[in-house]
Design a protein around this ligand. Structure first.
Ligand code: NOJ
Length: 554
C-alpha cells in the first residue's frame, strides 16, 4: 500500500476492484450519539476484510453544517467533529491499509458550503468584489432585480438562484446553487478555485489516500454567458458536461500521477450517453466512473444486455475498465426496486410507496449481485446491499433529513430510505449500530432488520452476506473474473436469459425469463444465487430470477 514499504509493482488495481461504499453517518457509531463515525469504521473494518473488498469509498467526512449530509463542505482540510478528528482519519487509512484495503474519499468541487469562509467573505465584500468572483453572483432580472438571472432549476427543486441581502441591508445580487441554497457553486473559470483544489488534492494524497470520488464531476464548468435553458438546443445543458471540464481533470491527473501507489479518480457523472461518459476516462483523465445506466436499467434481459454492450463498447476505445453499480446513497435500494412492477430507477419518479414484493426483489438482488460481480471491470457495493437491506419507506415525515423533502415542497420523500443505519447484531434497534445506552440512530431502523444483521447472517449459507462473501472470494481468485472481456453465448439461449463466457473457463447465466432454464455444458457449479452457498442447483435447472456461475472447459 502507498505509505508502507517499497513501492509495489503497478497493478492498475482499480480496473477490477470491488469497492465498498461506506456511508459514514450510517455505518457504525462508536461514541453513542446515534451518528456513525470514524471510530465506528475502525471497529468494523473486520467486516470489510471478511467480505473481501479491495477498497472503501467514504462519503464526505469534512466539517459541514450538514445541509446536504456533508456535501456542503465548510473546510476541505479537516474532519467533521461528529465523525472524529484528522488523527482518527489517519488511523482509518493506516488500519485499512494494514488489511490491504485502499481508501477513497469524496471530493466535492462543484460547490462548497455557505459556511465556507470564501462564501462568508464574498457576502461581506459586496457586488463587484474579487471575493464574489469565486462564485456565480449576478444581478437579478426584471423590475428591481427581483427575478433570478436565468431559468435554471436546482436539482433538489426550486430555482438554482438565491438572492442575498447586501451588507447595507438591501436585497441585492443572486448566487447560483445547482443543489441547495446552502451549497453555492464555485466558479471554476477562476484560477484561485483551481489552485485551491489542486492543493486540497495534495493535502489528502500526502495523507495516504488512494483516490477521490468526484462529486457531480461533469458540472464544474458552466457556459460563462449563463444562457437560459430555453435558449439552448435540446440536450445542451449549460452547466453539464461542458468540454472545458476535461482540462481540469487533465491537470488533476498530472498530480495523482506524481504520487506513488496508483492513486485514482472515480467520477460521478449521470450521463445517459456512454460515449460522453467515456470521454472522461481517456488515458490522461479520470481512471473510472460509476456506470449509472446499469443501475437505472430495469430487470429485463434485453435492457441489461443493451447497457452491458453499450458500456463495453464505449469504454474499450479509451482503454478504460467499466464499472457496475446497483445502489448508492442517492437511489432506492435495489431489493425494493426489483420487487416492483417498474424495476427501473429514475430520480424524477422515485416510486416511493409503490408496492414492492420483497421476496421477489431479494431473489433478483441475489442474481444481480452475481451478474455484476461477473462482468468485466470494477464493481461497487453500497453498504447494506451485502445484507439484502431494502429501502425503508415508512420513516415518519417529521424525522426526514434529506433536503429534497423540503425543497420539493413535500412531493419527493428523497433519499433517507436508503441511508438508514446498518444493523450489526442483536434483536432490536440500534442493532449494534451504537453502543447501548445511546441516542437513537439518526434515522429509525425497521424492527424486521433483526433477521438481517451481520450477526444473524454470519455463517448462514442461505444468507445474502454469505452469498456476497463467496462471490467476492471466487471473483478475487478466479483468473477469468475482474478486468477483461466477455463473449455472449452463441447460439443465444433465448429470450429472457443472459449467458456469457469469460476466459479461462467461466460462464455466467442469469435467468430473467418466467420459467426454469437448462444450463450450458459445464464442469461444475461454482455458485448460484438460487441455493445456499455450497448447495447444488435444484434439479440442475436455473429457476427464474436467478444466476449461476459455472466452471467450464477451458
Ligand atoms: C451527488 C451526491 O451523491 C449527492 O448525495 C449530493 O446530494 C449531490 N451530489 C450534491 O453534492
Amino acid at each position: 500500500m502507498p505509505d508502507h514499504g517499497p513501492e509495489p509493482v503497478p497493478t492498475s488495481w482499480w480496473r477490477d476492484a470491488a469497492i465498498y461504499q461506506v456511508y459514514l453517518r450510517s455505518f457504525a457509531d462508536a461514541d453513542g450519539d446515534g451518528i456513525g463515525d470514524l471510530a465506528g469504521v475502525r471497529a468494523r473494518l473486520g467486516h470489510l476484510d471478511d467480505l473481501g473488498v479491495d477498497a472503501i469509498w467514504l462519503n464526505p467526512w469534512y466539517p459541514s453544517p450538514m445541509a446536504d449530509a456533508g456535501y456542503d463542505v465548510a473546510d476541505y482540510r479537516d474532519i467533521e467533529p461528529v465523525f472524529g478528528t484528522l488523527a482518527e482519519a489517519e488511523k482509518v487509512i493506516a488500519e485499512a491499509h494494514d488489511l490491504g484495503i485502499r481508501v477513497i474519499i469524496d471530493l466535492v468541487p462543484n460547490h462548497c458550503s455557505d459556511a465556507h469562509p470564501w462564501f462568508a467573505q464574498a457576502l461581506a465584500a459586496g457586488p463587484g468584489s474579487p471575493e464574489r468572483e469565486l462564485f456565480w453572483f449576478r444581478p437579478g432580472r426584471g423590475p428591481g432585480g427581483d427575478e433570478p438571472p436565468t431559468d435554471w432549476a436546482s436539482n433538489f427543486g426550486g430555482p438554482a438562484w438565491t438572492r442575498v441581502r447586501e451588507p447595507d441591508g438591501r436585497p441585492g445580487e443572486w448566487y447560483l446553487h445547482l443543489f441547495t441554497p446552502q451549497q453555492p457553486d464555485l466558479n471554476w473559470d477562476h484560477p484561485l478555485v483551481r489552485a485551491e483544489f489542486e492543493d486540497i488534492l495534495r493535502f489528502w494524497l500526502d495523507r495516504g489516500i488512494d483516490g477521490f470520488r468526484i462529486d457531480v464531476a461533469d458540472a464544474l464548468v458552466k457556459e460563462s454567458t449563463l444562457p437560459d435553458l430555453v435558449a439552448c438546443a435540446a440536450g445542451d445543458v449549460p452547466y453539464h458536461d461542458r468540454d472545458g471540464v476535461h482540462d481540469i481533470y487533465r491537470e488533476w491527473r498530472r498530480i495523482t500521477d506524481e504520487y506513488p501507489g496508483e492513486r485514482v479518480f472515480v467520477g460521478e457523472m449521470w450521463l445517459p450517453d456512454p460515449d460522453r461518459l467515456a470521454r472522461y476516462l481517456r488515458p490522461d483523465e479520470l481512471h473510472c466512473a460509476f456506470n449509472f445506466e446499469f443501475l437505472r436499467a430495469p430487470w429485463e434481459a434485453a435492457a441489461l444486455r443493451a447497457v452491458i454492450d453499450a458500456t463495453i463498447a464505449a469504454h474499450s476505445p479509451v482503454g478504460a475498465a467499466p464499472t457496475w453499480v446497483l445502489s448508492n446513497h442517492d437511489v432506492t435500494r435495489h431489493v425494493t426496486r426489483y420487487g416492483r412492477a417498474d424495476t427501473s430507477f429514475d430520480f424524477g419518479h422515485r416510486q416511493h410507496g409503490v408496492p414492492s414484493d420483497r421476496e421477489l426483489g431479494t431473489r433478483r438482488a441475489r442474481a444481480a449481485a452475481l451478474l455484476s460481480l461477473a462482468l468485466p471491470g470494477g464493481v461497487y457495493v453500497y453498504q447494506g446491499e451485502e445484507l439484502g437491506l431494502w429501502e425503508v419507506e415508512d420513516i415518519p415525515d417529521d424525522l426526514r433529513q434529506d433536503p429534497v423533502w423540503e425543497r420539493s415542497a413535500h412531493t419527493d420523500r428523497g433519499r433517507d430510505g436508503c441511508r438508514v443505519p446498518l444493523p450489526w447484531a442483536g434483536t432490536a434497534p440500534p442493532f449494534g449500530f451504537s453502543p447501548v445506552p445511546a441516542a437513537p440512530p439518526w434515522l429509525p431502523q425497521p424492527p424486521e432488520w433483526a433477521s438481517h444483521t451481520v450477526q444473524a447472517q454470519d455463517g448462514d449459507p442461505g444468507s445474502m452476506l454469505e452469498l456476497y462473501r463467496a462471490a467476492l472470494r471466487i471473483r478475487r481468485a478466479h483468473p477469468a473474473l475482474g478486468d477483461g472481456g466477455l463473449r455472449w453465448a452463441s447460439p443465444d439461449p433465448g429470450p429472457g436469459v443472459l449467458c456469457f463466457t469469460r476466459d479461462p473457463g467461466f460462464t455466467c447465466v442469469v435467468n430473467l425469463s418466467g420459467s426454469p432454464v437448462g444450463l450450458p455444458p459445464h464442469e461444475s457449479v461454482l455458485l448460484t444465487s438460487s441455493a445456499p452457498v455450497g448447495e447444488a442447483l435444484d434439479g440442475g435447472l436455473l429457476p427464474p430470477d436467478a444466476a449461476v456461475w459455472l466452471r467450464t472447459t477451458r
